[in-house]
Design a protein around this ligand. Structure first.
Ligand SMILES: [Zn+2]
Length: 276
């Protein structure tokens, strides 16, 4: 991370985040959950896009079509379904300012992540677990859901409220610059160990699982593949070295039970599409 972002730039950006705030509240698509939202998409996206490009420059981006093409095919098919849904619901703001990108990194870790505004990374290590398009749709649907539901921005907002005692971001930047910077980095996974995020709360994980399955169903992928995928992840967990994704995405019985619980809801959105 060192060198990617200078402290003064961060302070400027954080200060700019503040202005529109404090009355902020949002609502998550489909689940309808109200969320505290104290940071604006515009600034968060600008920062995330810059960080994503920097990440790609410093990591081995795969050019192997056998790995990259399926990820992009499935990713953009999911995006198309979510875009269709947001238009249909009259909620274009859900995807406003998003610039979707799907890249594959040559790395054994069993992991994938998303930055605000739709910047996705998938590591080659997870491909044997995803196995096919349905498996990829589980992972990508989940990551797309985190982005669409603004979970990173919600974490940032909660951090401002609870860790910085409800301090307004403008004051926090002035008076607690280091704590504020750390909070921002953690919330968006922009720290030195990018991709090793603070674990999302169980609430966010559940919401991403549920929305991700609905998105995959909308895109014509059978959401019951999520049960199979997470069982394969659980099996991978029994190996000698627990895969990275499992530290932030535990593949435990509770998760699999929840996925089975929300499967009937996701199935309501499912129309199988012909293979093309
Ligand atoms: Zn997640």
């Amino acid at each position: 991370m060192a060198g990617l972002m200078r402290h003064s730039l961060l302070v400027t950006v954080l200060a700019a985040l503040l202005l529109p705030l404090l009355s902020g509240c949002g609502e998550v698509a489909i689940t309808g959950r109200r969320q505290v939202m104290l940071v604006s998409d515009d600034m968060v996206h600008a920062m995330a896009f810059e960080q994503y490009d920097a990440f790609l420059e410093e990591h081995p981006v795969s050019t192997d079509p056998a790995k990259v093409e399926p990820v992009r095919r499935v990713g953009y098919r999911l995006v198309e379904a979510v875009e269709h849904y947001s238009r249909q619901q009259g909620r274009p703001e859900l995807l406003e300012g998003f610039q979707w990108q799907f890249n594959v990194i040559e790395d054994d870790q069993i992991n994938a992540w998303v930055m605000p505004g739709g910047k996705v990374v998938v590591y080659t290590g997870i491909l044997p677990v995803t196995r096919d398009d349905e498996g990829l749709a589980v992972v990508l649907g989940h990551e797309i859901a985190h982005a669409v539901a603004r979970h990173g921005s919600e974490r940032m907002s909660q951090g401002l409220l609870f860790e910085l005692g409800g301090m307004a971001l403008s004051r926090a930047v002035q008076e607690r610059p280091e704590a504020t910077q750390q909070l921002f980095m953690q919330s968006y996974g922009l720290g030195a160990q990018i991709g090793v995020l603070l674990p999302y709360s169980r609430l966010h994980e559940r919401e991403a699982d549920r929305l991700g399955m609905i998105f995959m169903a909308m895109a014509g992928y059978d959401p019951s593949a999520a049960v199979d995928f997470w069982q394969r992840m659980a099996a991978a967990q029994e190996g000698p070295r627990p895969p990275e994704l499992l530290s932030t995405h535990p593949a435990d019985d509770t998760r699999i039970a929840y996925i089975k619980e929300v499967l009937p809801e996701a199935m309501q959105y499912y129309t199988p599409r012909r293979n093309d």
